[in-house]
Design a protein around this ligand. Structure first.
Ligand code: ITT
Length: 206
């Protein structure tokens, strides 16, 4: 079967493909439906934005759709960039521009004082998933988070987005240094996916 995910983020697509392949599901993304209008992500929360995406695409296609809204919340920045993570450095910002902006904001906070410490602030990744079925109008939701530190020493070529800056003390690695498998086992997205799957399984058997 196929599973439609309302995303244009290739990093997310790769992770969903990896997660759903064992279930025999092929993931389709917005690259497979290029004519759909863009969804305005102006919600106040990750959950709201995820629902905006799953509902808009689900209603347009008349098929069940999964959406992911996620981001990085940095303690020293009072939770920023949060729901603005994708456009932290501006509307058309890419991962590199967003990472540079994050580093410069945190360096600016140190106000010239160099502590020599690479770990700049505690942070957490958040992922909100929304699965919407236009047939009955029902929405299924789940969230996941993972805690780490923003490092001034980016490392790793795996993952996407802020992963090279997200240091996990227990692994002594950044998220970008983990394999897809390892990332999935601890990430905000992996946890949210396991929670969503559990909810769906419980509803099926109940
Ligand atoms: P779609 O809305 O099309 O799914 P997007 O990239 O715009 O794609 P979001 O609005 O959810 O997605 O923004 C997520 C932001 O958080 C974006 O900057 C990502 O790079 C970052 N992010 C989300 N999950 C991440 C992860 O697992 N690792 C690193 N960065 C992540």
């Amino acid at each position: 079967g196929i599973l439609i995910v309302a995303t244009k983020n290739k990093g997310k697509v790769r992770e969903f493909q990896h997660a759903f392949a064992p279930l025999g599901l092929t993931v389709k993304s917005m690259y497979d439906y290029p004519d759909l209008p863009d969804v305005v992500e102006d919600g106040a929360t990750f959950a709201e934005n995820a629902f905006k995406k799953s509902r808009a695409v689900g209603d347009a296609l008349g098929l069940p759709v999964l959406a992911d809204d996620s981001g990085l919340c940095v303690e020293a920045l009072d939770g920023s960039p949060g729901v603005y993570s994708a456009r932290y450095a501006g509307e058309a910002a890419d991962d590199e521009a967003n990472n540079l902006k994050l580093m410069s904001e945190l360096e600016r906070l140190k106000q010239g004082e160099d502590t020599g410490q690479p770990l700049l602030s505690p942070a957490r990744f958040v992922c909100a998933l929304s699965l919407y079925d236009p047939a009955d109008g029902r929405e299924w939701t789940a969230e996941g988070t993972v805690e780490g530190w923003i490092t001034s020493e980016p490392a790793g070529a795996g993952g996407f987005g802020y992963d090279p800056l997200f240091y996990l003390p227990e692994y002594e690695k950044t998220m970008a240094e983990l394999t897809l498998e390892e990332k999935q086992s601890i990430s905000h997205r992996g946890t949210a996916l396991r929670r969503l799957t559990e909810k769906l399984a419980a509803a099926q058997s109940g």
